[in-house]
Design a protein around this ligand. Structure first.
Ligand SMILES: Cc1cc2nc3c(=O)[nH]c(=O)nc-3n(C[C@H](O)[C@H](O)[C@H](O)COP(=O)(O)OP(=O)(O)OC[C@H]3O[C@@H](n4cnc5c(N)ncnc54)[C@H](O)[C@@H]3O)c2cc1C
Length: 472
């Protein structure tokens, strides 16, 4: 007779500690640990190149922690479960909830299949601080504005669940199954892997270590310092949170121990934005592809491949924009202030639809996350819920003067400008050729002229916004 086991299906929860599904599975029985790279989704929902490289490393870390007992499969998850349930006597499948529409749809197919053959499908919330499906206004409709969502919907709802005590999973070892972890390596772009190696540490212990670093330094001036891209005040936990190498609950309670209230509560509210993005995605499954505010369907967008490529390559001739775009392609991360600056520049100065920006971020970010990326882009475009108003157009020169006053961030990522004194750095095209020559620098040769005039494009964006209003 076959041994009765349970399956823990890892998804974006690539950790052992504070992992509810793994904990419940282990309490019940010997647990077969499974990860499925489901390639049956539409390409837009498959991980981008940067994410795939991170995923591969993270799975390797998890596999090592599980003493080589993580079984990785590539293919449609429904078919994988059909095979597993034929091979083994399975009583239950456990997983942590995903709020992404394509995963919800797949979970429902798998739940139906399992229920037909008498297997329980158990899912828990282990990625968000609150059960997002329950966070609704008093009238039963979803929130559209962040502050009441967070303050009334989340904080009043109650404290988030404290992390679970540390435990050792009750792992089922099987020689019958061949893991396809190594096959996955064929999908990995070597360049992105090298960028991880150079800039990041991946996996559960790296995530806890990163939290520790942040608690020892960054948190002390988080509220103000988080706006300055050259400061070490942000946590850089986003890829770890996206892949679930750490839970938001572990972060929330670790940070609570710090009695630096002003900065702690601001940091928690940023975790609140993550909750809000997921809530928006859950209640609006079209959020990644459709304007949340329908009036934006009438917006007169433009598109020019050459201009878009300059933005992607960080050769727009606007130093702070180029610095942000190069940070993205060199490190797989971009500071939040820069995400807003380059986003505003793309959507407002260049009039390119936010979905092009979202797609490029999806390809290049290690933290590419369907909820946060869609919310971030719709926020900056003005088309989202509680979004920055469209007429708020970031001035990249003023932004760089304010948030990179010494020009250190610009010089780091746009080294060809580093010979210039700081007063020339933010808009070198405004400086006379003769002045630049003193520094052996020539616009158009050492650095491109701006691809667009900022004043003209600002006015054009405002006029387009007005046209949209007239049409709707
Ligand atoms: C155009 C645009 C696209 C974005 N795309 C993504 C994305 O794909 N993935 C992603 O995780 N974040 C995205 N963000 C949100 C934000 O920029 C990043 O979460 C943040 O920069 C990550 O760095 P950190 O971990 O050092 O942040 P910290 O400031 O240390 O914040 C801690 C955590 O809080 C959450 N958080 C912080 N700010 C936000 C925010 N505005 N919205 C939602 N959650 C937030 C993140 O999980 C973050 O890791 C985007 C923002 C914009 C404007």
């Amino acid at each position: 007779m076959k041994e009765k086991i349970v399956i823990n299906w890892f998804r974006n929860d690539l950790r052992i500690q504070d992992n509810l599904s793994l904990y419940y599975a282990s309490k019940l029985s010997k647990t077969l640990c499974v990860y499925i790279y489901d390639d049956s989704y539409e390409p837009q929902f498959l991980p981008g190149s940067a994410s795939k490289a991170w995923l591969f490393r993270s799975l390797n870390e998890l596999n090592e922690t599980l003493d080589n007992n993580l079984k990785v499969f590539i293919g449609d998850a429904v078919n994988v479960f059909k095979k597993l349930t034929t091979k083994f006597e399975v009583s239950d499948v456990f997983c942590n909830k995903s709020y992404e529409p394509q995963q919800i749809e797949k979970d429902s197919q798998i739940k139906d299949y399992l229920s037909e053959i008498g297997i329980n499908f158990n899912s828990s919330n282990s990625s968000l601080l609150w059960d997002t499906e329950k966070i609704l206004k008093d009238d039963g409709t979803p929130y559209r504005v962040f502050t009441p969502f967070y303050k009334k919907g989340c904080l009043v709802y109650g404290d988030p669940r404290p992390p679970l005590p540390d435990f050792t999973p009750n792992v089922f070892q099987s020689e019958l199954l061949i893991s396809e972890l190594n096959v996955l390596s064929e999908l990995i772009d070597d360049d992105w892997d090298k960028k991880i190696k150079k800039n990041w540490h991946v996996g559960e212990s790296a995530a806890l270590n990163q939290l520790d670093i942040f608690l020892q330094n960054g948190i002390y001036n988080y509220k103000d310092g988080r706006n300055f891209p050259d400061n070490l005040n942000v946590s850089r936990l986003s890829p770890h949170l996206h892949f679930g190498e750490i839970s938001p609950n572990q972060i929330w309670y670790a940070i609570n121990e710090n009695n630096n209230e002003r900065n702690v509560s601001h940091f928690k509210s940023e975790l609140g934005w993550r909750e809000f993005s997921n809530n928006l995605l859950y209640f609006n499954p079209n959020f990644p592809t459709k304007n949340f505010q329908q009036k934006f369907d009438n917006f007169p967008w433009e598109f020019d491949t050459e201009i878009f490529n300059s933005w992607k390559n960080g050769t727009t001739g606007i130093p702070i924009v180029d610095a942000g775009m190069r940070e993205l392609s060199e490190t797989g991360y971009m500071h939040n202030r820069l995400r807003m600056i380059v986003g505003s520049f793309l959507v407002k100065n260049l009039l390119i639809h936010w979905s092009y920006g979202a797609e490029w971020f999806w390809e290049c970010l290690f933290d590419a996350d369907l909820a946060n990326n869609s919310a971030g882009w719709q926020w900056i475009a003005g088309s989202g819920a509680d979004a920055a108003p469209y007429f708020r157009i970031f001035n990249p020169i003023l932004q760089s003067q304010k948030f990179d006053p010494d020009g250190k961030y610009i010089k780091r990522f746009v080294p060809e400008l580093s010979k210039l004194p700081v007063e020339f750095l933010f808009s070198p095209w405004d400086v006379k050729d003769s002045e630049l020559l003193k520094y052996d620098f020539k616009m158009g040769e050492d650095y491109p002229f701006p691809i667009i005039d900022l004043k003209f494009s600002r006015q054009r964006a405002l006029d387009s916004f007005q046209k949209m209003g007239e049409k709707s």
